[in-house]
Ligand binder design. Structure first.
Ligand code: PDD
Length: 293
């Protein structure tokens, strides 16, 4: 089936999908995006992703390009045209096309909207059995990481360094030694006294939708958790570690900077949470009902 993308009001063959050279997203990374998982034909946590999209746009003073209902209709149509039942929907909204000038256009232009979908392969058994390696890198990003901006150069650089070091992800570390998050994932540890810890949702991190839902799963499972910063040192001494994102759900981290975490195998709590999360994802509507509650 040939791939189809949505670009500014039109469904076009993916190969020919293009935006204008003076799109501010292209020139200034002046835009935001969302990656929404699709499981069994249903968008997982769609409302939460749209809430975050609206918030990111508001923070950058970009108008919502259309109603939520219209965005939902387009994502459903792109999925339908691509025959997607399991994978990811990518949506991007930029401030629009205007002659290059750092200031916003004087007369507001129409925000540009792009939507694509991608089929994803299930996580390999090798990764599920052995977990992933992580390296630490300095966090050199700006101070508004809560905005899901398309400005991802520091993330790309650190991810590439991780890849070149034979690792799956880089966890980013502040000058004070605390871990903020991964380049495209949120970071978690399980302490020696079995407490689940992840950084609180301030401007220092992107408040992952998987993060939000996993905290609900943990609460439902009666697992104690703390939202607070943790240091790289604490992570190296943790019983377990894992990392979460829409694209991977939850992957156990078994090595950081070449040192084994816990016994060097995926942790019991990490595996339990991954399972519990996937079971709830597989129940369409479960998250939406909670989002509305
Ligand atoms: N990344 N932190 C960062 C910096 C991210 O880019 C992401 C998501 C997350 C996890 O958020 P969520 O659970 O909502 O996916 C945390 C997406 C998947 C990406 O850029 O491809």
């Amino acid at each position: 089936m040939p791939r189809t993308a949505y670009v500014n009001g039109r469904y076009v063959p993916h190969r020919q999908a293009a935006v204008h050279i003076e799109d501010r997203g292209y020139q200034f990374a002046d835009g935001v995006y969302e990656v929404v998982p699709v499981f069994g034909g249903t968008l997982v946590d769609e409302e939460l992703h749209l809430d975050r999209l609206e918030r990111s746009l508001r923070e950058l003073r970009i108008a919502m390009p259309m109603s939520r209902q219209a965005l939902k209709m387009i994502s459903a149509e792109v999925m339908r045209r691509n025959g997607l039942t399991n994978g990811l929907v990518y949506m991007q909204v930029t401030r629009g096309v205007a002659p290059r000038d750092h200031k916003f256009p004087k007369t507001p232009v129409k925000p540009a909207v792009v939507m694509t979908v991608r089929q994803t392969k299930p996580v390999s058994q090798e990764i599920l059995d052995n977990g992933i390696k992580v390296v630490s890198r300095p966090d050199i990003r700006w101070q508004r990481r809560d905005i899901k901006s398309t400005s991802l150069l520091p993330n790309c650089l650190a991810k590439q360094e991780a890849h070149e070091a034979g690792a799956y992800e880089a966890w980013l570390v502040e000058p004070d030694g605390t871990v903020t998050e991964g380049t495209s994932t949120n970071a978690w540890i399980v302490t020696k006294d079995n407490k689940l810890v992840t950084r609180s949702a301030t401007n220092s991190i992107l408040n992952g939708i998987t993060r939000i839902s996993l905290l609900k799963v943990a609460a439902a499972e009666g697992i104690e958790f703390e939202e607070r910063p943790f240091t790289l040192e604490e992570a190296l001494e943790a019983r377990e570690a894992f990392t979460t994102a829409s694209s991977i759900y939850l992957l156990p981290v078994t090595e950081i900077d070449g040192k084994p975490i816990g016994n060097g195998h995926p942790g019991i709590l990490s595996q339990k949470l991954r399972q519990a999360y996937i079971e709830r994802v597989a129940k369409p509507g479960a998250f939406q009902a909670e989002a509305a509650a």
